[in-house]
Design a protein around this ligand. Structure first.
Ligand SMILES: Nc1ncnc2c1ncn2[C@@H]1O[C@H](COP(=O)(O)OP(=O)(O)OP(=O)(O)O)[C@@H](O)[C@H]1O
Length: 257
């Protein structure tokens, strides 16, 4: 089986079917795009996979080390523990904490030494803190944020806040990273740099990356496979070349018959 297998995933909000019978799979270490017009159900899909919403129907199964785990209905923190991390369409940082503290908090979900050592400030606590700081600086260096360790997140320029969000997600050591419109609001140069970074982290950390993005050049450039949603239904999947030629996708984006 695949790293992640989603079958028949459905989410209803009252009478509105935000997502209907979607099948989706992810393999290890691939870069996958999720596209579709506004309101197609892309963010709802991420919210279902990361435990923000409980599915109305369908299954989400993660397979790691030969073990299958059903993710439906699990809480977001549990899903993070199992190796799924995400960023949000609207940036969600601890705006009044420094860049470094934003990353350290994310690390603690995976690598903290526990309450006993933390409260008593044991030598093990200090040794662990030092190691985490080093790892945080390494990650921040990749995203060119290592010169701003003590800057408050709210004082970073917009593009850097978006990059810090990705660092925070990576600090939880995910197997799968979900990025919700990472290039939204970025200028072309920032988008080009981000494209490069996404490729780099996928290869360096050997993770699977799933990307919701309206910037088609980014999606077509970076993704190996693409899924397209419209009105909550999966209307196409394939390579970037196949998706660009797909009549249902062209119609969904351009309208008309
Ligand atoms: N919590 C909710 N309650 C009710 N309706 C919702 C909720 N969340 C999403 N929806 C509806 O579900 C549909 C899909 O929304 P969703 O945000 O998943 O689309 P999207 O493809 O991410 O859109 P966009 O590209 O504009 O971000 C929309 O009609 C939206 O209004």
């Amino acid at each position: 089986m695949s790293l992640l297998e989603v079958t028949d995933l459905t989410k209803n909000f009252g009478g509105l079917a935000a997502l209907s019978n979607v099948d989706f799979r992810l393999e290890e270490n691939e870069l996958v795009g999720l596209i579709g017009p506004n309101g197609a159900g892309k963010t709802t899909f991420f919210n279902l996979l990361t435990g923000v919403y409980v599915p109305s129907e369908g299954d989400i199964i993660l397979e790691t080390n030969g073990e299958k785990t059903k993710l439906n209905g699990k809480k977001p923190f549990k899903i993070t523990d199992l190796g799924l991390a995400r960023t949000f369409q609207n940036i969600r940082l601890f705006k009044d904490l420094s860049v470094m503290d934003n990353v350290l908090i994310a690390f603690h979900s995976k690598k903290g030494v526990g309450t006993f050592h933390s409260i008593l400030r044991t030598p093990k606590f200090y040794q662990n803190e030092e190691e985490l700081r080093k790892e945080a600086i390494e990650l921040l260096r990749i995203f060119r944020l290592d010169g701003k360790l003590e800057t408050l997140a709210r004082n970073l320029p917009y593009g850097e806040q978006r990059r810090l969000e990705i660092v925070r997600a990576l600090a939880t050591q995910p197997k799968i990273l979900f990025l919700d419109e990472p290039a939204a609001g970025m200028n072309p140069q920032e988008t080009a740099e981000l494209t490069q970074l996404i490729r780099q982290i996928q290869q360096q950390f050997k993770i699977t990356v799933v990307l919701i993005e309206h910037d088609m050049s980014l999606v077509m450039n970076v993704c190996e496979r693409i899924y397209c949603l419209e009105y909550g239904r999966l209307i196409a999947q394939g390579t970037p070349e196949e998706i660009q030629k797909n009549p249902a996708v062209i119609k969904a984006y351009l309208g008309g018959d």
